[in-house]
Structures are given as C-alpha cells and as structure tokens.
Design a protein around this ligand. Structure first.
Ligand SMILES: Nc1nc2c(ncn2[C@@H]2O[C@H](COP(=O)(O)OP(=O)(O)OP(=O)(O)O)[C@@H](O)[C@H]2O)c(=O)[nH]1
Ligand SMILES: [Mg+2]
Length: 319
C-alpha cells in the first residue's frame, strides 16, 4: 500500500498526499516507510512560520500571503497547528472561511492539525506532514501556530523564517512577552496597524531589539493591516530578504544541519524513554525499590543503577 501512496505523492496526486497525512496523524505503522521513501525527494520547500497570540491576525495574513505567492506562480501548502483544538483532519472553521477563496485553488493545500490523532506529539506530526508537502513539490510551506505554551518555540524546529505577529492592542504584553519570542523572530509583524497604538508597539519592539545586542540579522518590523492590505507587500519583501540572507550567509545549510542532528537525537531519546518507562514503571520491582528508598534502606543512585542494569533494549526500534 505504501508504494502506491509514495508514487502518488511524487506524481503530484493530492489524494495520496492527504492519505499520507491521515496515516501520520493516526500513527499508522506504514508512516515510517512512506516518510523514508519520500525523504530523498525533500529539502526544496521553503518553510515560513507564522506565530503570535490568539486573534493577532495570523490566518488573515497567511491568506494575503497566499495571494502574493500564487501570483508569483509558486505552489503553497498551509499547515494550521492548533494545540488547543481537539480536532484534526480538516480545516478549522475560522481558517476555512478566511482562506475559502484559496481552498479551491489546486496549487494550494490547506491542512489543520490539532492534538487528536497525533500520539507522537503535535510537533512530530507537524514535521512529518511538512515532509509530505515538501516531497509533494510545494515551493513554500506556511505554518500557522498560536503562540501559547511551547508551540511558538517549537516552530523554529521546522521554520526557515519565523514571523512573529503582534498587534497594537497587545502593546502591554510585549514587556511581559517571554524572551523566547524575541529570540525566535526573524521578522516582526505589527498587524492591525489600522488601530491606534501601532507606533508604540513598533517602538517597543525596536527597543527590545536594541537591548538584545547586535546580530548578523536584525529582524525588521513590518506594519500591516489585512483590512486594506497595507504593508503586505513589505511583509513579503521581508521574507524574501531573509531567505536571501539565509542562503547567502550559509545559515540555511547550517540551521538545517543542526535541525537534522537534533531530530535524530530526539527520535532516539523519545524511543529510549518510552522503552525504559515501560519496563521500569510497569515492574513490581520498581514499587518495591521506591518503598526501600522511602525507608532509607536504599538511595536513589543505587536504585537507578540497579534498575538500569535490568533494562533490555533488544526491542527498542523505531520501526
Ligand atoms: N482591525 C483589524 N482587524 C484584523 C486585522 N487582521 C485581522 N483582523 C481581525 O482579527 C480577528 C482575528 O483574525 P485571524 O486572522 O483569525 O487571527 P489569528 O491570529 O489567525 O487567530 P487564531 O488563529 O484564532 O489565533 C478577525 O476578526 C479578523 O477580522 C487587521 O489588520 N485589522
Ligand atoms: Mg488563525
């Protein structure tokens, strides 16, 4: 079955790409074979992450960006990651409405992902779906993530260019904003610039950038309004500029290499952890050991040592 899917994807059959994505979301055992065979055909898509607080206008900006990218003749995929949504396998209603016009375009693939059906973690599933779109021949992949919890930091695991979307109303929030978000941004977008306070938000971001010291790339701050489309061309130009910077400075290679290194280590770590957990936590010996430690008959170091020696890694395989 997997050969048919792989061939279909390489031939540009949308239906087969959708099949592969469902298999990924359901942690189907065939997923690994498909992804392995697709892998030699990946690495050409440019991935743009769009993150920011709920309601900042991420989907509206993605929609505007789609129009520009399509005018350039590029084929695009959109992955909307919603860690708070229990639904997956279709478009989130709001996004579906917002991107309705594009949903009919054969060169655009829009996919929403929620927590359901991604047992291996949303981050892993997102990465796998990216590979499918990449092999499918998409030139650009846009990933929208809501900036809550870990997800906004996760985005740098797969995005080549990360745009952080803020709004004037969120002005106070910028101070409170975790340092993390400043570090991940390659481009700042102050959306809803039609509202009061955009100047102040831009100044605040600029000041924070001054404080964070000189870097090879200083993230530009772009003001946009999706109501009248102002600043959208500038936003696209900023993405282009960053892409050129990555390519010309050799950063793109470097970042992607680092990502591969971490990806492989993550896979090993996850697998090891699950194997060890299953063997240790499930054993009667573990409960006994815990009570021995409680009564000071044993110490945690000695206990860990003993438990380690009983771990069997023969079946510790990814697939
Ligand atoms: N005034 C104004 N409203 C905007 C602008 N862009 C988006 N909005 C509105 O802001 C609301 C949220 O827009 P979305 O594009 O759904 O924002 P989002 O960041 O994707 O939202 P979530 O995915 O729910 O986090 C909608 O009601 C939009 O109409 C803008 O430039 N100006
Ligand atoms: Mg959205």
């Amino acid at each position: 079955m997997h050969e048919k899917i792989v061939q279909g994807i390489l031939n540009g059959e949308r239906r087969m790409a959708a099949r592969a994505i469902s298999l990924i979301e359901n942690e189907d055992p065939n997923k690994h074979k498909i992804l392995s065979e697709l892998y030699p055909h990946t690495g050409t898509a440019f991935v743009v992450g769009v993150t920011g607080p709920p309601g900042a206008g991420k989907s509206s900006l993605v929609d505007r960006l789609l129009t520009i990218l399509r005018k350039q003749g590029l084929s695009v995929a959109v992955i909307a990651v919603d860690p708070t949504s229990p639904f997956s396998g279709g478009a989130i209603l709001g996004d579906r409405i917002r991107m309705q016009e594009h949903a009919l375009d054969k060169e655009i693939f829009i996919r929403s992902m929620g927590t359901r059906g991604s047992l291996g973690g949303l981050s892993r599933a997102t990465k796998d779906v990216l590979q499918v779109f990449d092999a499918f021949g998409k030139d650009v992949i846009l990933i929208e993530t809501v900036g809550v919890g870990q997800s906004e930091v996760d985005i740098i695991k797969y995005a080549d260019t990360t745009m952080v979307i803020l709004t004037p109303a969120g002005g106070d929030g910028i101070q409170a904003m975790k340092a993390g978000i400043m570090e991940i941004a390659d481009i700042f977008v102050v959306n809803k610039a039609d509202m009061a306070g955009a100047d102040r938000t831009c100044t605040e971001i600029s000041m924070m950038l001054d404080l964070s010291g000189a870097k090879q790339w200083r993230p530009p701050i772009v003001r946009t309004s999706t109501l009248d489309g102002s600043g959208i061309n500038e936003m696209f130009a900023a993405i282009e500029k960053h892409r050129l910077f990555l390519e010309e400075s050799g950063q793109l290679q470097k970042v992607r290499e680092g990502r591969i290194r971490r990806d492989v280590l993550d896979l090993i770590e996850d697998k090891l952890k699950n194997t060890v957990w299953a063997q240790v936590c499930g054993s009667e010996n573990f409960e006994l050991t815990v009570s021995r430690i409680m009564s000071r008959e044993m110490d945690p170091y000695t206990a860990a040592n003993q438990l380690l020696s009983s771990i069997n890694l023969d079946d510790c395989k990814i697939f």
